[in-house]
Design a protein around this ligand. Sequence first.
Ligand code: ATP
Ligand code: MG
Ligand code: MG
Ligand code: MG
Length: 469
Amino acid sequence: MSGVNEIRSTFLDYFVKQGHEAVASSPLVPHNDPTLMFTNAGMVQFKNVFTGVEKRPYARAVTSQKCVRAGGKHNDLDNVGYTARHHTFFEMLGNFSFGDYFKDRAIELAWNLVTREFELPKDRLLVTVYSEDDEAHRLWKSIAGLPDEKIIRIPTSDNFWSMGDTGPCGPCSEIFFDHGPHIPGGPPGSPDADGDRFIEIWNLVFMQYEQLAGGERVGLPRPSIDTGMGLERISAVLQGTHDNYETDLMRAIIAEVAELTDVDANGPQKASHRVIADHLRAAVFLTADGVLPSNEGRGYVLRRIMRRAMRHAQLLGAKEPLMHRLVPILVREMGRAYPEIVRAEPLASETLLLEETRFRRTLERGLSILEEETAHLSAGGRFSGEVAFKLYDTFGFPLDLTQDALRARDISVDLPAFDAAMARQKAEARANWAGSGEAATDTVWFALRDEVGATEFLGYDTEKAEGVV
Ligand code: ATP
Ligand code: MG
Ligand code: MG
Ligand code: MG
């Protein structure tokens, strides 16, 4: 059985042998796109290459890209700990063709890797294509020999990718692995596709059109390929489990959590172990790429991730800060592939310790308020938005932490009331703001603050050029 570190290498080596340049992962803070919160796909660092604005000395590339999906359009934060396949931080393996090979070769390369190199049984694989993409349907049939019922036509935008309102776009094709009938969930396109039985492992994007501003779509003279495969998901498959958190790398971190807290990782508090392990990776990698916890923008997303993990540490009975003690195991597991976390180890540990020490001062008090205020509520109940705001404002509980805490009891938060309380506070702050007397500056300041304000990141919601793969 190969470990995650070998599986990553196998992927990279395979494509290098096929004439691809091995390119390092770009940082989690995208240098070429201020509207994008975090790098969320392998193609992000190549956006300008796909549009032709930037030239590279190679026409084929392969990467293992650090990704975070915890904000903006692709937000998987709420799934973490509760599905077998979602992380906030994960690695996306990808091969890219910049106007070089196209659909037939991309399908062939992917199929050969999966069935020959990784030796996955063909009868457990199925694929989706965009409903109008007859060419992809035909190619999967001829190259992979898949029967019609295993080439599922999907009519929705899930299988049509675009870089933004204008620019390169095209159909995509997703490869799924069937983990077997003992896992709940239906095949792609079915009403219960959301389960963990049929798991999407690889997404191939065929960039063949350009969307013009007037609404017209024209064929690209040199179509391109962009693919993304979740390293944790393919590792799970190769290690005989449907569950990303059962792979060697995640298990090592979870075992350390169990060891330090003395709580069984497979008992009723399983989700807490998983949230902690996942959020640890996101926290350390984001810190290593220069993000620090704060009350704005990216820093606030990091703070939310850290504090959510810290509440789960508290749920596991940790009497002292826990997160910083987990940094060494992560560095041991991933430091060779990502030396930046070796360099950032002291900074990440100190940052986590400081944040957890601070947060723990108010955590107990906040949790007891949460307890008192929800004592009378039963499943399906609604928690006061004003109290949720007070927890946020006074006790440093990000809204999603409160939501996560109430999730197990099926209690939701009165969001309109929360937003109203937030708006009221902003209005008061504005009224009380004596300012510098330069009205124009003040307006700009408040506009900025509203944009990247503490709970909603409207400034990033306008992500236009966001990657899907
Ligand atoms: P899903 O439908 O499962 O949410 P996706 O279609 O949003 O996945 P893509 O944008 O196509 O994912 O990303 C390419 C690949 O990255 C996916 O096929 C999957 O293997 C992996 N991936 C995507 N999101 C996550 C995540 N949150 N955690 C782990 N792996 C992920
Ligand atoms: Mg998704
Ligand atoms: Mg998908
Ligand atoms: Mg996909």
